[in-house]
Design a protein around this ligand. Structure first.
Ligand SMILES: [Zn+2]
Length: 279
């Protein structure tokens, strides 16, 4: 989930307006496509041994992702590995159908994998308010683990806080003839029910987890900035520029740094305000 835009206290399972509209896929770098919806992201990596798909959207996004994969000329059964950023319904809700229809192996972190197996229930922040079709991962990822297929390697970085097993991905990506370092952010947002202050923390060590995750995000190479939600990296504006001919529209190290600097300040302000007794 993104911040307030994707979170409705009254009915958190409902999609935010226009985050899940169908959208034609587009190529970010050589053999890497955005295959998600208007804000709910999903990424397809072509390798010499089949495809890797990262994130599954809502349950209603899965058919869009499958249609996008087909529109690129691929058979969804060529997807061999299914990855995810985290176990909230807007990114993991479609994984059960995608796993079923592709036959791919699903890899996830231990804690978000457990959340997926429970279909999103028992979440530390959302409780049972945002359920989705359960799916059980085939393999458990640890921090720093690489996932390789047919010459393409992605690295999993555990960046907990937004979820306890939130996973940010990095991978080299060739854009406009140059190898760039891509970073695919899990999520860093602090949802309205989350409490970071020691007296009421939503789970033990949540603030320390965000700190550790920010230390990674703010030091990791990030030339191509991507994320689980398009809004985090100005996807729509960059897509418009890309389609107008700017083939390196998604190369944006300054935008990535500015995003993490600004959101880190926001995290520190929320922490200070909650420690000061804010509700
Ligand atoms: Zn989320």
């Amino acid at each position: 989930m993104a911040a307030a835009i994707a979170f409705h206290a009254a009915s958190p399972a409902r999609a935010a307006p226009h985050d899940n509209d169908p959208m034609a896929p587009f190529e970010i770098g050589d053999g890497v496509w955005y295959v998600g919806a208007s804000d709910i992201a999903a990424y397809l990596f072509k390798t010499r041994a089949g495809l890797i798909l990262l994130d599954g959207g809502y349950d209603t996004t899965a058919p869009q992702i499958l249609a996008n994969i087909r529109s690129l000329g691929f058979d969804p059964k060529a997807v061999k590995i299914l990855l995810s950023t985290h176990g909230h319904l807007d990114h993991a809700g479609g994984l059960a159908q995608l796993k079923r229809e592709t036959g791919a192996m699903l890899y996830a972190s231990a804690l978000d994998g457990a959340l997926m197996t429970r279909g999103g229930k028992g979440d530390f922040g959302l409780k049972d308010m945002a359920p989705y079709p359960p799916v059980t991962p085939d393999r458990t990822l640890i921090d720093g683990q690489t996932v390789s297929l047919g010459g393409v390697t992605l690295t999993a970085h555990l960046t907990p806080g937004h979820t306890r097993g939130c996973t940010t991905w990095t991978a080299p990506m060739t854009v406009a003839g140059k190898v760039r370092q891509a970073l695919i952010l899990c999520s860093n947002s602090i949802l309205p029910p989350y409490r970071l202050d020691a007296a009421h923390e939503s789970y033990p060590g949540i603030a320390a987890d965000y700190e550790k995750s920010y230390a990674f995000w703010r030091s990791a190479p990030c030339e191509v900035f991507l994320a689980s939600h398009g809004i985090f990296f100005d996807m729509q504006a960059k897509r418009t520029a890309l389609l107008a001919g700017k083939i390196d529209a998604f190369v944006d190290p300054a935008g990535c740094k500015a995003f993490f600097d600004k959101s880190y300040a926001g995290f520190k302000a929320t922490l200070a305000s909650q420690q000061g007794g804010a509700p």
